[in-house]
Design a protein around this ligand. Structure first.
Ligand SMILES: [Zn+2]
Ligand SMILES: [Zn+2]
Length: 78
């Protein structure tokens, strides 16, 4: 991993997305769609699960995993 990239905002944003694009253990959807992340589409469930249920592509309940603190910390360095 390259931790010394110059050119702040743009590469930071890209790196952040890369961290949050990793899949959740329960539903395998990206963390970007999960509660806990500031820009997640739904406060209680995985947005991608809800979308699939809406389109009858998923039979199970929506995943309600919250983005782990370790992921958030990695995505948003102080
Ligand atoms: Zn999930
Ligand atoms: Zn999901």
């Amino acid at each position: 991993m390259n931790r010394h990239v110059v050119g702040r905002t743009r590469s930071e944003g890209r790196r952040q997305r890369a961290v949050l694009r990793r899949g959740c253990d329960a539903c395998n959807h990206p963390w970007l769609e999960h509660p806990g992340w500031a820009e997640s589409p739904d406060p209680a469930s995985c947005g991608e699960c809800l979308f699939e249920i809406e389109h009858e592509e998923r039979q199970a309940d929506p995943c309600s995993e919250v983005v782990p603190v370790s992921i958030l910390r990695e995505a948003e360095p102080m």
